[in-house]
Structures are given as C-alpha cells and as structure tokens.
Design a protein around this ligand. Structure first.
Ligand SMILES: *Cc1c(COP(=O)(O)O)cnc(C)c1O
Length: 488
C-alpha cells in the first residue's frame, strides 16, 4: 500500500458540512442559479457572532461589535448583522449605502479607512461615527461641520512600540496636535475615543496598543475631553485547517520538493514566498495564515484577560471597566469565518508537457483568493454521476482557471484528490467568505462575477435563495441556534 498522500483538509462548520453531505443540494443550487457560485451561510455568521459575544459577556459589561463590511459584499450577511442588533464598520461610500439599505441607522454605523473630500462631505451631518485616519481629515471635519450637528469621531492611532509601521492612523507623536484640535473644535466635533486596528496575530502588540490608548485617554481627560470608547479594531484570526499536523506535514513535503527532493509539488517554479538557497528553504510563506490554530474567540479572551504592567497587572477587561470605557471591536474575517464557500464545475482535465495533471474549472483564481495568496485547504470534490463507484485512485493535480493567462492557476501547489474528476463534477472551495471571494474579483475576459446565494438551514433541510433576497425572518433566530452536530 502506498503512503497517504499529503493533504490539507479544510475545517468546515457543521452547517456547511451538512449542506455538502445532502445529496444533490449543491448541484441543485448551481443548476438553478448557474456555476460558478458563491454560497453564504448567514446562520454561520450568527453562530460566530454568538461565540464572540459569549467571550465578551463573560468579561465586559459594555461593548459594541461593528461588523467590518469590507470582508464580504454579501447583503445577506449584512442583513444578518443588522438583525442581530450589532453595528457596522463601513469603509467606502458604497459600503455605507449598503449598510443604510440593510437597515442600519446612523447611531449603529462607524466609518473607517481613508476618506477623501467627497466622502467627508457626505459624512458630516449624517450622524455616523467617523473613525479619523489623519490630521487632514480631522481639520476638514471641523471645517465642514460648521452649522451641522456635532460630528462624532474616534481617533485612530498607530505607530505603537514594536508594531510594524502602518499607513493608517495618526502617529503617536501627532496625537498631541490632534487633542489640541479636538479641544478647540469641541463645538463641532464630539470626541468619542481612541481606536486602533492591527493585522498582527501577536497578543503582545495588541496589549501594548491598549496600554498606549489608555494613557492617551488620561491625556484627553487632562484636556477636558471625555472619551468613552476604546476601539480595538479587528484582526481576529480564522482557523482554516481541520488538522494542524497534516498541514505541517504538507508544508514539510512542499519544502522538500522545493529542494528537488521527492515528488514535485509546485507549479511553474513557484516558491510561495519561501527563500531558497544552498542551505535550504527559509522565510515565511505567503500562506502562513493557514497555519493558525487559535480561534478568534481565543485571541479575544486572551486579550481581555491580559495583565497590564502600567495598571498593577490588572487585566485589560478590569481596567477598561474601571475607566467606564466601552470596548468597540471591528471584526471582519472572524464573523464571516466558515460562512461562505465557492462552487465551481470541472470543465475538462488535461496533462501538461511535464506530466502534471491540470483540472480546469469554470472560475478564475481571483474568484477564490487574492492573487498574491495561495489557498492552502483542499478543494472538495462532490461525487457526480461520473464518480468511480468504489473509491478510485488518488491523483495529484493542479487546479487551473478559466482565464487565458498562464498565471491563472487556482492552486500552484499540488492537490491530491481521491480520484480523477470528470467534466461536470463539482468542486467546492471551502471558507471563501473572508476577503477571498470579493477582494480581487475582476470580470477579466468579460466573464461575469459569480452570483451570490444564501443558504439557510430550516426544518432539517436547506433552502437556497439569491443573496439579495435573503431576509432573516422572525422565526429564523430559533433555527439559527439549532445547529446540526453541535457547535464547532
Ligand atoms: C479591515 C479592517 C477591519 C477588519 O479586519 P479583520 O481582519 O477582517 O477583522 C477592522 N477595522 C479596520 C479599520 C479595518 O481596516
């Protein structure tokens, strides 16, 4: 018997697993709405939200979750967030319009990111909270706000010790100038508090940022400003892999193959961000996020329980409570984690000159991942009429996209499938909701963007509708809680 081929099994939410295990369910969806398609699971979003709320409820009395809409354009997920009563973080005029259209009122909307003149003019007087990125923005808000109601603002700060330099936020060294302006312009600007957002998974960096912001709160009090919010941003991680050991085993085999040992596993000289020299394979690969095993809830719990040196080792949760600060969070990927999959159809299978097997599907790389990243969970093959009745032999393949471009490989690393697919078989790309389906998606070669569909688990079965048509019905809240197979 040959050894088991390297594998990258994807973690699946029980609701998604249940849908994929329902014979014909995915096939019926693409038959009705077309292939390829993005499928979204609003109930998984609700489940992620409940688990984050569980962590927060255990440690904090006052908090607000702002769903970072930019993770996914789905209206269904936005409606689910609105229905759940949380707030939203919009990062463009279009996202703001979508949020308003989904029912969010101004008091539940925060706007982040870089904003130009036109957007600022729109925001002033609207009542939404502006998370200010820079001093130009703050000056412009003060000027534009004359004659309007006071503009609620948060001040985003950056440049914390030991953190990577960020293009966003007001550097700590400029906060003094910002506080002066906020104090002078208090008639027009209602200063709500400080904000940061870190991409890093490092607990220490977030703790340091919290500590800096708490010191800034003191400085703001000294100016007779009254900040009441500490916005800790997003950046809470996803867990993609179902088996960390298998993941590590795959990466070890890939590294060996890059050194020319064992079976070739990389398409066309790809090195995935590794650096190769005579001594071996070094550095951090582009796909390092797939190695994460700490869920968002764990990261959040660790942050809230972290002791603060400057506060006699009292925890973050204790110190914010003592200072009567509301903690705001802006999770994007943590809320949509496992809440989306992308389904494609196999068009044909061919062999390249070097013997590689290429499985061509009817979507392109940008439909399932930002181009610079490599998807390190195995696509799932849904057995169709052509599937071998008794197992079949594993085959190592590369997935190729529909664009007439050499680079349109969906996987540049080899994927082992349980059998060689046939035209018409369906392929599922797991966990694509967070930045995968929308961030780089383009209509290259005039291919239309895939439709978005919402999948709802109801009465023991699954219903599929257009993403735009999804409504969290009054009775759905109960169905949300009745998940098959328990919680993740
Ligand atoms: C993108 C973004 C988020 C969401 O980040 P995630 O990593 O998806 O949680 C939150 N806040 C700001 C300011 C952002 O730019």
């Amino acid at each position: 018997m040959s050894p088991r081929p390297p594998a990258l099994p994807a973690k699946l939410h029980p609701l998604v697993r249940g849908f994929l295990d329902t014979p014909g369910a995915a096939a019926a969806a693409v038959h009705r709405f077309g292939s390829p398609a993005h499928l979204l699971f609003p109930q998984v979003f609700a489940d992620n939200l409940q688990r984050l709320q569980g962590v927060l409820d255990a440690q904090l009395r006052r908090y607000r979750i702002c769903y970072a809409h930019k993770a996914n354009r789905s209206r269904a997920l936005l409606r689910r967030a609105e229905h759940a009563g949380i707030a939203v973080d919009a990062a463009s005029p279009q996202e703001l319009a979508a949020a308003v259209g989904a029912g969010f009122t101004a008091d539940r909307i925060e706007v982040t990111g870089p904003k130009g003149e036109t957007f600022l003019r729109q925001l002033v007087g609207s009542g939404v909270t502006v998370n200010v990125d820079n001093l130009w923005e703050l000056h412009r808000i003060a000027e534009l706000a004359r004659g309007h109601t006071r503009v609620p603002v948060l001040l985003r700060v950056s440049g914390f010790p030991a953190a990577a330099v960020s293009r966003f936020g007001v550097p700590l060294a400029e906060v003094e100038a910002a506080l002066t302006l906020l104090a002078e312009q208090r008639a027009w600007i209602a200063f709500r508090g400080f904000a940061f957002h870190l991409d890093s998974g490092e607990l220490g960096e977030r703790v340091a940022a919290v500590q800096e912001c708490l010191a800034l709160v003191e400085r703001a009090y000294a100016r007779e400003l009254s900040p009441s919010v500490l916005d800790i941003g997003g950046g809470f991680r996803q867990v993609f892999t179902a088996d960390a050991d298998l993941f590590d085993g795959y990466v070890a085999a890939l590294r060996e193959s890059l050194r020319g040992r064992g079976e070739p596993m990389a398409w066309g000289g790809n090195t995935f961000g590794f650096h190769l020299d005579d001594t071996g394979v070094h550095g951090t690969p582009v796909f390092h996020k797939y190695a994460n095993t700490v869920p968002a809830t764990g990261m959040l719990a660790d942050l809230l329980a972290a002791p603060l040196d400057a506060h006699g080792s009292r925890t973050v949760a204790q110190v914010v409570a003592e200072n009567l600060l509301d903690v705001w969070l802006e999770p994007g990927k943590a809320l949509v984690d496992h809440a989306g999959i992308t389904v494609a159809r196999v068009e044909f299978v061919k062999r390249a000159a070097d013997g590689s097997v290429l499985v061509h599907v009817d979507l392109s790389r940008d439909t399932v991942t930002p181009a610079d990243q490599e998807v390190m969970v195995d696509p799932l093959l849904l057995p169709g009429p052509g599937a071998p009745a008794s197992g079949g032999d594993p085959v190592g393949v590369f997935f190729a996209g529909r664009l007439c471009l050499e680079r349109d490989l969906i996987t540049a690393h080899k994927v082992w499938l349980p059998y060689c697919p046939c035209p018409g078989d369906l392929v599922v790309f797991p966990n694509t909701a967070a930045y995968h389906m929308d961030l780089s998606a383009a209509s290259a070669s005039m291919h239309p963007l895939p439709p978005k569909l919402a999948v709802i688990h109801h009465d023991g079965g699954y219903r599929v509708c257009r993403d735009l048509d999804y409504e969290p019905a009054a009775g759905m809240a109960e169905a949300d809680r009745a998940l098959p197979g328990g919680r993740l």
